[in-house]
Design a binder for this molecule. Structure first.
Ligand code: MN
Ligand code: MN
Length: 470
């Protein structure tokens, strides 16, 4: 055996200094760090099992904030240094803030609590072929064929005619019934299989099986629908018209799980963007006395374009800044306060998929395990419709990540003429504040079970924490 040379040549030393190298975070972990990663992700999986909808996320966040001493800003008379306040908006958005020692500008991390799912149509219920079914209208960008043959659970609210709110949560417990959209059997799918993928299952085909046993009464025409409505009325006091005043969301009844023999990955529904929700929440809760006001923004409606009263398009952040400034006794215009803030749009991006490598430029894509992805811009085809972070701000974040030993990477979401994807970065940056996208990369994004690296989840947490503390 020739002796191994441990001395590097002069050029090898130069190469080491000059070349960009990104490697798996796992290679650099001590056993203690690796344990911290696994422990953190155990908490994350519990959160993901519990928080399948935006309302459930907001409930979880509010509970966590209250336990950590945050108070409703509506009840706060005066906000002092390091006070902890939050504002909940319509049970779908929550804004949490630690005033810090200089509350005149924010360090803001914004994520979204909504994920693609199947909502019900306003009048969903019908009977056909000895089944009672519910018509859905999908929410967000999905490959519709993913959502067939997958056991579903349902979460949401219904209002009775008298105005009573009924909370519905069925399908997460082992003993609970589930719901399903059966696909056509392959034996009879010759025509279906000739269709283009978006039409293999169309929007109007996403009909959810909800009941089967008919009432034994010849005078009733729709016997299965009758049984189902009778059940719903007995159990919840609701009638068919109440579906007009409801938000019932069907989501995969998939439990978060470790993926792979080595358990290095997490598979779960809704990691876009709840991985950033959990990591930024944990980061805010870990911060003690920040220099600037640390603000975690958890918004709704990102998957449908951020419009609406609970979307990032709305004035809720501006309104919060106004209330926060007034109660902090700051003589400052909320717009000016937001303008001099710094922000991270905490959202996921696509990971290099070993089976579908051709959609990415291998040199400009995020890889699982290489750390949180800090993405300068998200748009494609000439950077259309994107926020493009300044080099100055990229440098600020790089220096912060390096100072804190946080693994990070960068990339684009797909090839130039293919890819792109929206986040709330544009809506944060419109105030004039610095902003950049940063979050873990995922495989199978927007599917019923998305995959993330535990290393990247932890690295996102570390980045958001360092940012709040900076
Ligand atoms: Mn997202
Ligand atoms: Mn998304």
């Amino acid at each position: 055996m020739p002796e191994k040379k441990d001395k590097k040549t002069a050029n090898q030393k130069i190469e080491e200094k000059l070349f960009l190298k990104r490697k798996s975070s796992w290679l650099g972990y001590t056993p203690a760090q690796e344990k911290a990663v696994f422990d953190f992700c155990d908490g994350y999986k519990k959160f993901m099992a519990e928080c399948k909808t935006e309302r459930l996320c907001v409930r979880f966040i509010e509970d966590s904030l209250k336990k950590a001493g945050f108070v409703d800003i509506g009840r706060a008379v005066k906000i002092r240094k390091n006070d902890r306040v939050y504002k909940k908006i319509k049970n779908k958005v929550i804004i949490a803030c630690i005033a810090g020692s200089d509350p005149a500008s924010f360090r803001l991390v914004g994520s979204h609590v909504d994920s693609p799912r199947l909502d019900l149509k306003p009048s969903p219920l019908y009977e056909s072929s000895e089944l009672a079914l519910m018509q859905s209208h999908y929410y967000g960008g999905i490959k519709k064929y993913h959502w067939v043959n997958v056991p579903l659970s349902v979460h949401g609210v219904v209002f009775t005619k008298s105005g009573r709110q009924v909370d519905v949560h069925i399908g997460e417990k082992d003993a609970d019934p589930k719901f399903i959209i059966p696909d056509l059997l392959p034996h009879l799918a010759q025509e279906q299989m000739k269709k283009e993928a978006p039409k293999v299952i169309e929007g109007e085909d996403l009909n959810i099986v909800a009941g089967h046993i008919p009432v034994k009464d010849d005078d009733i025409k729709e016997k299965v629908k009758f049984s189902l409505l009778k059940y719903l009325n007995d159990a919840y006091g609701i009638i068919e018209e109440d579906f007009n005043c409801a938000e019932l969301e069907f989501v995969p009844a998939v439990k978060p799980a470790d993926i792979g023999f080595d358990r290095g990955l997490v598979g779960a529904y809704g990691q876009d963007d709840r991985v950033c929700v959990y990591t930024s929440l944990r980061a805010l809760l870990a911060v003690k006395n920040p220099a600037h006001a640390g603000l975690a923004l958890f918004v709704d409606k990102e998957e449908t374009g951020s419009y609406g009263d609970t979307g990032a398009e709305s004035f809720m952040l501006y309104n919060f800044a106004g209330e926060f400034a007034a109660k902090s006794g700051l003589q400052v215009d909320p717009a000016a306060m937001l303008e001099k803030s710094k922000s991270v749009s905490a959202d996921v991006t696509g990971a290099m998929d070993p089976t579908f490598q051709s959609v990415n430029d291998p040199q400009n894509v995020s890889y699982l395990g290489r750390g949180v992805s800090i993405e300068k811009y998200g748009g494609a085809r000439g950077k259309s419709g994107t926020h493009d972070a300044h080099a100055e701000y990229m440098q600020y974040l790089r220096a912060m990540a390096d100072r804190n030993g946080i693994p990070w990477q960068t990339g684009e979401n797909g090839k130039i003429d293919l890819g792109g994807g929206g986040t709330i970065a544009m809506l944060l940056s419109r105030y004039g504040m610095d902003c950049v996208d940063a979050g873990p990369c995922l495989l199978g994004m927007h599917s019923t079970c998305e995959v993330a690296s535990k290393a990247d989840i932890y690295s996102a947490y570390l980045l958001y924490r360092a940012f709040f503390e900076d």
